[in-house]
Design a protein around this ligand. Structure first.
Ligand code: ZN
Length: 332
């Protein structure tokens, strides 16, 4: 029997009787990070990296959860587990599983580029690597993040000279705080949508971020004119957005690398910024693990697994309910 199996409830370690990022309620769940496709409600007990404890409680309400540090091993029924940085969003971890000398690593979501707010990705040696591949096609090659942040600040500064408000959208956990971290507060005031403000408040406990001001019913159009508003992409076209006045809209996502996706989102400015590894990042990470087997879980799974087989890996795809970064950002 393999050390980890793909079942109808999630990735299961039968020896330890625990699930990794299950999509149904289970007895014991080990969680890689706080996005809703990986951390789901309904399990009896959760174990995760300590930074995810307040995030999970904010997202899922009161629950029984134990926090662990990166690299600290713990045993469940003879199986050794540990969390290692995946660089995806703050608190995000890969899960290393070892039993009788055999090592598996489950990535959850990961990225190789440093974002200034998450603990950087750390390759972990293993025999079997369970990898996401949201952007597992050669067309996805990320620019260095500092140049993107510079473009965002320039866009904001230009809008300000025309008394236009900048609406910058990204998903609420990770992307928004990464954007916020690199905004230049000397340009103007940074306003937030309520959902954005609440998640940011949770992360402020352990990340130093520029100040923000929540938009309320009392906030006037005049007040926010020329300033910047951070919000989730779901607000586009809503009554909430209409109240903001003259806007330039910007959207930060890996999907913005594709012209078709840019057209579908219909925003004024597209910023290609992802919390997932690009093509080269995926390949370099897989090489660094020195694994023999790769299991692809979400993204361009079949194409990516085929490419890996052509390169000599023993690679296959397993079906999961993880979504990675979706264009509509349901997996926040
Ligand atoms: Zn994620």
């Amino acid at each position: 029997m393999p050390l980890l199996e793909f079942t109808s409830k999630g990735i299961y370690c039968a020896q330890a009787k625990v699930y990794l990022d299950p999509w149904r309620g289970v007895n014991k769940a080990l969680i890689t990070h706080g996005h809703s496709d990986h951390a789901r409600w309904g399990s009896q007990h959760y174990m995760t990296h300590e930074l995810n404890v307040p995030i999970l409680k904010h997202r899922l309400g009161p629950l029984s959860v134990t926090g662990k540090r990166y690299g600290d091993p713990f045993k469940i029924n003879g199986v050794q587990f540990s969390f290692h940085p995946s660089g995806h969003v703050p608190g995000a971890a890969q899960i290393r599983v070892e039993y009788k000398g055999e090592v598996w690593v489950f990535t959850g979501d990961y990225k190789v580029q440093s974002d200034g707010i998450s603990t950087p990705f750390e390759p972990v040696k293993c025999h079997t690597f369970i990898s996401e591949c949201t952007f597992g096609l050669p067309v996805f090659q990320w620019e260095e993040p500092p140049s993107i942040h510079e473009k965002i600040n320039l866009w904001w500064a230009e809008n300000r000279t025309q008394k236009t408000t900048s609406l910058l959208m990204g998903y609420s956990l990770g992307k928004i705080q990464r954007l916020l971290k690199h905004l230049d507060p000397s340009i103007g005031t940074i306003y937030t949508h309520g959902a954005t403000e609440e998640m940011t408040a949770v992360l402020r406990e352990f990340i130093d971020l520029p100040p923000t001001q929540r938009i309320t019913a009392d906030t006037s159009k005049k007040e926010i004119e020329g300033n910047l508003v951070l919000a989730p992409p779901a607000v586009l076209g809503s009554a909430w957005v209409k109240k903001l006045g003259e806007l330039s809209t910007g959207y930060a996502s890996g999907w913005m690398a594709l012209r078709g996706a840019r057209r579908r989102r219909a925003v004024d400015r597209a910023f290609v910024l992802s919390d997932h590894a690009d093509w080269k990042g995926l390949l370099s990470s897989i090489k660094a693990t020195e694994c023999e087997n790769v299991i692809t879980t979400h993204g361009y799974t079949d194409l990516f697994a085929q490419y890996l087989r052509d390169q000599g890996w023993n690679a296959k795809t397993e079906k999961t309910q993880y979504e990675g970064e979706t264009l509509e950002n349901t997996a926040e």
